[in-house]
Unconditional design. Structure first.
Length: 320
């Protein structure tokens, strides 16, 4: 498992507060939370990933800052732990989650969510010197407390890192507090380590919410130009499903020196080869989130009527 680099943070507790504030006004430092600053290059990203990567780095910098500012023992948890452990997230958390043994004295900061300590020694590890819940405990906590989509993105990512579904289900069964367990079990059962992006998870999530049959992730298609994979698909109905991120069609969008024209031509040749193999492909983008019904209609148009008629929305995946 490869954990992300956590930005170095300068705390006002240890430096001249007025000088740090002046440096932030001048653009020489970035304020990540009250009393905590880092160099602009530690969080800003003008390369591939752009704004989403900046938000992740800011969230990681806040975690580092909170770690240095808290006086009581704490272990970072939930979405914050998922970030530290290298999982994908649907959206970087704006609040930092921690387990603490004791209630804080005084008023807690608005950007810190404190939870009662319920951890065993085996459920605690460390990343970059920061105490954090183990990957198993993190995923179980997220599945119990987050929205189904948010927790499914994290669980997909954790399975992709090598975590076993059975390990998560066993850990879930051992939870003394049963709140959120039923929904968490459903999320874990629906998770798939074959997802390679949060948006791929989103498309599959909408399909599962609607009660459609579970699609195959990274569906293999043999063509006259070689073997390709679609993000999702149904082999039995010769349907491939792809999420197209616009970033790969921008100069340098995927990596430095990335040529969008070359990417476009390669994608076109790949699509033609898949079509010649008799597989239809439906492509979606982030804009389709505004019309989920239309997205589902395009998919169900390729499925047998009896399969569509049998679909029933999954109440455990819908909701908060």
């Amino acid at each position: 498992m490869t954990s992300p680099s956590v930005p170095v943070v300068t705390l006002a507790l240890d430096h001249d507060r007025a000088a740090l504030a002046a440096a932030a006004r001048a653009g020489e430092m970035v304020r990540v939370r009250r009393g905590a600053y880092c160099l602009p290059g530690a969080v800003r990203d003008d390369g591939p990933g752009g704004v989403p990567r900046e938000l992740r780095r800011l969230a990681l910098a806040r975690i580092r800052a909170v770690s240095g500012q808290l006086r009581a023992e704490a272990v970072f948890a939930r979405e914050s732990a998922a970030l530290l452990l290298g999982c994908r997230v649907w959206s970087p958390p704006t609040a930092t989650h921690v387990y603490q043994r004791y209630r804080p004295s005084g008023r807690a900061a608005a950007d810190v969510r404190r939870h009662a300590w319920t951890l065993t020694a085996e459920e605690i590890t460390a990343v970059a010197g920061i105490p954090v819940t183990s990957l198993v405990r993190t995923v179980v906590d997220c599945a119990r407390s987050m929205t189904p989509l948010g927790s499914l993105v994290i669980t997909d990512s954790a399975l992709g890192l090598g975590l076993r579904r059975e390990t998560l289900l066993d850990a879930l069964d051992r939870q003394v507090d049963r709140r959120g367990v039923r929904r968490a079990r459903r999320v874990i059962e629906c998770a798939d380590g074959g997802a390679q992006s949060a948006w791929e998870t989103w498309v599959r999530y909408e399909m599962l919410c609607a009660g459609l049959p579970r699609p195959t992730t990274q569906m293999e298609v043999s063509t006259d130009a070689g073997r390709f994979h679609t993000d999702l698909g149904y082999e039995r109905w010769a349907l491939g499903i792809e999420f197209d991120g616009r970033v790969k069609y921008r100069p340098g969008g995927v990596r430095l020196g990335h040529d969008p024209a070359t990417e476009y031509m390669a994608e076109k040749e790949r699509a033609e080869a898949i079509r010649r193999a008799g597989v239809a492909v439906e492509r979606f983008t982030a804009a389709d989130r505004r019309d989920v019904r239309g997205l589902l209609g395009r998919i169900t148009g390729h499925l047998p009527p009896e399969v569509v008629a049998a679909a029933r929305p999954d109440p455990l995946l819908r909701g908060r």
